[in-house]
Design a protein around this ligand. Structure first.
Ligand code: ATP
Ligand code: MG
Length: 558
C-alpha cells in the first residue's frame, strides 16, 4: 500500500501491547496473521480484522500472513479461497510470500496428537456427540468423565491410527484432549481435537479421513508460522486457556499470544455468513457480490473505494467492548472520498423533454463544464447543447409547492454550464401525463445566473442535450434492511428487509462523455449522487451505472 493512502495510525490497546513487547525485548519484530475460514465471502467485519492485522504489521515494520483456517472441509471451497485472496488484495494489502493453509500442517498436527496420546494427555472417545454433550456438565456443574477416558496409550494409538486410515464411519469416534472434566471453563473439559470426516478437502484433496478441530489447529499453526500476536475477536476469549494449554503441552517451536478485540457490528445489515448465504440462496439478493450486501465483493461492485473502507476501519478504532457502528459512518467515508476525487458529470435519471422553441433546430453548441468545482487542475470537458434537452422529472412541478425554485410554467431556471430557460407550456396526453415541456432560452445568459435584463435566477438544474445523450440503466441502491438491527433475534431477520432496497431506472440519459468512460471511474452525477459502472453488467452501448452513495445522508431525515 502506498504511503499517501495509509491513514495516520491512531493509538489503541494492541499498539500499546506491541510497543511494550518490542521495548522489553520480548519480541524483536511483529508477525500477525489474518485467518479466514474459506467457507464464505469476506464482509466489512473482516475488513476490520484485515486492517488491524495488516495495519499493525505495516506500522511496526513486521509482516502479516494470510492463512486459510481450513479445518472443516464440509463447508469449504476453492471458490471462497480465490475470492478471499482477491478481496484482501483489493483492500490494498499484500501478504507477499506468506500465504499459508492450516491444512499444510495436518501431518505435523497429527504427530502432535500422537504426542499427546503418548503423554497420556489424549484419548479416543467412543461416546456419541450427544453423549459427550450430556457428560460435559454445565456452567454450574462439573462434567462426568467418559468411560473411555482411561484407555491405555497402546489402545489409543491403535484406534487413532485406524481413524486416520478411514476404517470408521463419521461420528463413530473422536480424539479428545485429557484435561479436566471439572474445569470451570467448559472449553477445558476434555475438548474434542480430532473428528472423522470422509470428505475431500479443497486444498489437500482426499489425503485425510480425520480433521483437527479449530482449537487444536489455530494456536499450533500460529506457533509454526512464528506469529507473535495472534489477534482475534472477543468470542475466542474463553478459548484462550485451551489455546495456551496446547502450547504448554506440545513441543511447539514458538510461543504466540492471543489478544481479543470487539468485532464490528454495523446497523441496517446482517453479517453472519449463514444469513448472507441464506439471502443468496433464497434469491433475495443476486449473489455474494450483490451491491446491497456488506460483503467486500458487494461493496466493490457497488463502487466503494478500498481507501474509503480503510478509512472507515481506522475511524471506528479498536477496542474491547462490544459496540454498534451506524452504517451512515461507512457511507460518509465513501462520500468524503468521492467528493474529493470523483469527476463531475451530468445525468438525467427520470427524463422529461424540454423543447426550446426559440433555439434554431439545426444548431448545436459546445459548452465547457468544469470536472470538479473546487479543483481546476481536474480540467474541464465539452458538452453539447441543442434545441431539445432532457431534464429530470423532479425538477419540474406543474403546481409548484412553496419554495420550489426549479422549473414551472412561467418560471425560469439556469441550466448548469448553459443558458437560462423559461418554461412556456406543458404538453400532456389524454390521461394528463406530462409528455414534454416547451420553453424559451435567453441567448445572452450563457455565462452566469443573470438574465439579459439583469434578473437573477434562483434555481440551477442539470440537463443533457437530447441530440447528444447516451442511454443507460441506473440502479439506485438503498439499505437492504429497513431496521437498524434486523439480527436482534426473536424475529426472523428477513421480516426487516427493505422492500425498496433497489430501484432500477432503465431510461436514463447521460452526457456523451460517459459513453466510453472507464469502468473504474466513480463520478458525481451533479445533484444526484455518486455513481460507477456496474463491472459485471455494463458494456459499451449498454451502460449500467450503480449508485454508490447519495450526496447526503437521506436516512438521517427519515
Ligand atoms: P461468521 O461470520 O459466520 O461468524 P467468521 O466471520 O467468524 O464467521 P472467519 O473466517 O473465522 O469467519 O473470520 C476470520 C477473521 O475475521 C477472524 O479472526 C474473525 O475474528 C474476524 N472477524 C469475523 N467477523 C468479524 C467482525 N464482524 N468484526 C471484526 N472481525 C471479524
Ligand atoms: Mg469465525
Amino acid at each position: 500500500m502506498s504511503d499517501e493512502q495509509a491513514a495516520a495510525p491512531t493509538n489503541n490497546f494492541l499498539r500499546s501491547i506491541i510497543d511494550e513487547d518490542l521495548k522489553s525485548g520480548k519480541h524483536s519484530g511483529v508477525v500477525t496473521r489474518f485467518p479466514p475460514e474459506p467457507n464464505g465471502y469476506l464482509h466489512i467485519g473482516h475488513a476490520k480484522a484485515i486492517c488491524i492485522n495488516f495495519g499493525l504489521a505495516r506500522d511496526f515494520g513486521g509482516r502479516c500472513h494470510l492463512r486459510f483456517d481450513d479445518t472443516n472441509p464440509a463447508k469449504e471451497e476453492q471458490e471462497y479461497i480465490d475470492s478471499i485472496k482477491e478481496s484482501v488484495r483489493w483492500l490494498g494489502f499484500d501478504w507477499g510470500q506468506h500465504l499459508y493453509y492450516a491444512s499444510d500442517n495436518f501431518e505435523q498436527l497429527y504427530q502432535w496428537a500422537l504426542y499427546l496420546i503418548e503423554q497420556g494427555k489424549a484419548y479416543v472417545e467412543d461416546l456419541s456427540a450427544e453423549e459427550i454433550r450430556a457428560y460435559r456438565g454445565t456452567l454450574t456443574e462439573a462434567g462426568t468423565e467418559s468411560p473411555y477416558r482411561n484407555r491405555t496409550v497402546a489402545e489409543n494409538l491403535e484406534l487413532f491410527g485406524r481413524m486416520r486410515s478411514g476404517e470408521f464411519p463419521d461420528g463413530s469416534h473422536v480424539l479428545r484432549a485429557k484435561i479436566d472434566m471439572a474445569a470451570p471453563n467448559i472449553n477445558l473439559r476434555d475438548p474434542v481435537i480430532y473428528r472423522i470426516l470422509h470428505a475431500p478437502h479443497p486444498h489437500v484433496g482426499d489425503a485425510w479421513k480425520i480433521y483437527p478441530m479449530y482449537d487444536f489447529a489455530h494456536g499450533q499453526t500460529d506457533a509454526l508460522e512464528g506469529i507473535t500476536h495472534s489477534i482475534c475477536t472477543l468470542e475466542f476469549e474463553s478459548h484462550k486457556p485451551l489455546y495456551e494449554w496446547f502450547l504448554d503441552n506440545l513441543p511447539v517451536p514458538a510461543r504466540p499470544r492471543q489478544y481479543e478485540f470487539a468485532r464490528l457490528n454495523l446497523t441496517y445489515t446482517v453479517m453472519s455468513k449463514r444469513k448472507l448465504q441464506e439471502l443468496v440462496q433464497l434469491g433475495t439478493v443476486s449473489g455474494w457480490d450483490d451491491p446491497r450486501l456488506p460483503t467486500l465483493e458487494g461493496l466493490r461492485r457497488r463502487g466503494y473505494t478500498p481507501a474509503s473502507i480503510r478509512t472507515f476501519c481506522e475511524q471506528i478504532g479498536v477496542g474491547r467492548s462490544d459496540s454498534w457502528i451506524d452504517v451512515s459512518v461507512l457511507e460518509e467515508c465513501v462520500r468524503t472520498d468521492l467528493n474529493d476525487s470523483a469527476p463531475r458529470a451530468m445525468a438525467v435519471l427520470r427524463p422529461i423533454k424540454l423543447v426550446i422553441d426559440n433555439y434554431p433546430a439545426d444548431m448545436t453548441e459546445e459548452l465547457q463544464a468544469a470536472n470538479h468545482p473546487q479543483k481546476p487542475e481536474m480540467g474541464s470537458r465539452t458538452i453539447g447543447f441543442s434545441k431539445e434537452i432532457w431534464i429530470d422529472g423532479d425538477d419540474f412541478m406543474e403546481v409548484p409547492r412553496k419554495g420550489f425554485h426549479r422549473l414551472m410554467v412561467g418560471g425560469e431556471v439556469k441550466l448548469r454550464f448553459g443558458y437560462i430557460v423559461t418554461c412556456t407550456g406543458v404538453i400532456k396526453d389524454e390521461q394528463g401525463t406530462v409528455l414534454e415541456l416547451r420553453g424559451q432560452y435567453d441567448p445572452a445568459s450563457r455565462e452566469g445566473i443573470h438574465t439579459a435584463d439583469g434578473r437573477k435566477v434562483k434555481g440551477v438544474i442539470h440537463w443533457v442535450s437530447a441530440a447528444h445523450a447516451v442511454a443507460a440503466e441506473v440502479r439506485l441502491f438503498d439499505r437492504l434492511f429497513a431496521d437498524p438491527n434486523p439480527d436482534r433475534g426473536g424475529i426472523d431477520y428477513k421480516q426487516f428487509l427493505n422492500p425498496n432496497s433497489v430501484e432500477t431506472l432503465t431510461d436514463c440519459k447521460l452526457e456523451a462523455t460517459l459513453a466510453d468512460s472507464d469502468v473504474e471511474t466513480r463520478y458525481q452525477f451533479e445533484r444526484t449522487g455518486y455513481f460507477r459502472q456496474d463491472p459485471k453488467d455494463s458494456q459499451p452501448g449498454e451502460l449500467v451505472f450503480n449508485r454508490v452513495v447519495t450526496l447526503r445522508d437521506v436516512w438521517a431525515r427519515k
